[in-house]
Write a protein that binds this ligand. Sequence first.
Ligand code: CU
Length: 444
Amino acid sequence: MIAAAIAFVVILGLVIAVVSVRQHQGPGQAAARPGAGAGTTCAEDTQPITRELSNGARWTMCWGIDPYQGLVLSDISYAAPGAESTKIIAELSLGQLEVPYDTGIRTTKDITKQGFGGRNLQSIGQAECTGDVRAIFVPNFGSGKVGGGERRPVLCQKIEQTGLAYRANGGGKVVAAQGEALQLNTISKVGWYEYVNQYSFTADGVIKPQLGATGTLSPEDYTDDDHQGNAVGHGHQDKASSHSHNAVWRVHWALGDHGPLAVQEYDARFNGKQGKQSLEIDGELTDIARESKRDKADRRWWRVLNPGVRNADDHPISYQIEIDHTDSYHATADQAGADHHGVEAEPDYDVAFTQDDSCEKFASDNDNASCGEGVDDYLSDRQQLTDVTSWVAVGFHHVVRDEDQSPMDLHWQGFTLSPRDLLAQRPQPPSGYASANGKPSGDS
Ligand SMILES: [Cu+2]
């Protein structure tokens, strides 16, 4: 009898504990969760950005300048029109930019050895920026204020018109809307190149990190080898060396503000069956439970989700990672470490997922004995993923053309982070589409 009573008390205690954990981890409603919305407090030497777009959506975040990473965005939250704010990302920045020349005789590590901050971060004005130019304390190289620095105008903040967002002709009634985005960028001059470090945040919740390259060609990098350069002088003269701009972004997620996050990879393959009019395709999501490097493939994408936070359709909220065009590559630091058996020809990774650690700051050349040199070291212990950092690698192989002289046109590389089931419907559906959720009734 006493044993039964003890068992009852123990079971009751467990039930109460489970209920309290569930209540602590997540509400039923995703977008109703307050994130770093109104009243965002930003760390010392960073400043808040709060911008409402004309559809009523609102982005909030903090921005600051790191001597090496340059522009760093933190506590990024999105509020769809009429909805409360949801925290998306804890910190977003570049994690490395390497520029190896095809001749193999030179490479630069523009983040860890040169730096996008300090004196390399350019002051800008109305010539570069048609929006608001914002000033902030820009620390010199060295350790923050110890090395000095000064307040300078470095950030361009503007509203960008992105063209047609949607159109639908439903029974002769046309609805259409133009798209809009909050665009932030800074410019860093590293050697002869100048890089535009840009992030766009659309009215529909999409985030686009991009790196643009301009400036002038390096006067030191010409070659006699037809296979490693391209003539930009008269006839066969002056072969400018081909080279790569290999960028890695670091995305530390905070989707839904708290609770463990998870990662999944989507793949769709032809299943070998011929359907009535086309070949069948089977697609599925697979959990990536532990730290891992992943490669791009046709019809493949990844998502970071918060399984404990669900939208009004009871789907876990998530963000999808889609890489734009990329020339996949090896970080030069990884190649140097692999020299005992020659250099692997296969690229290293397109996206890597690691358990967050603030000392894992750079994708390569991290130079920190306690946490490692780069992504390979970070994921070597294959930790369980709950606090997720994504390393997104996008390479651009640049074969120089006559028109690059001079200055070069801006050329871009980057990727897209899209909300997937953050909301149960498109943000702010137009008149007549408010109930569009699921298979329309009346259709068969
Ligand atoms: Cu280039």
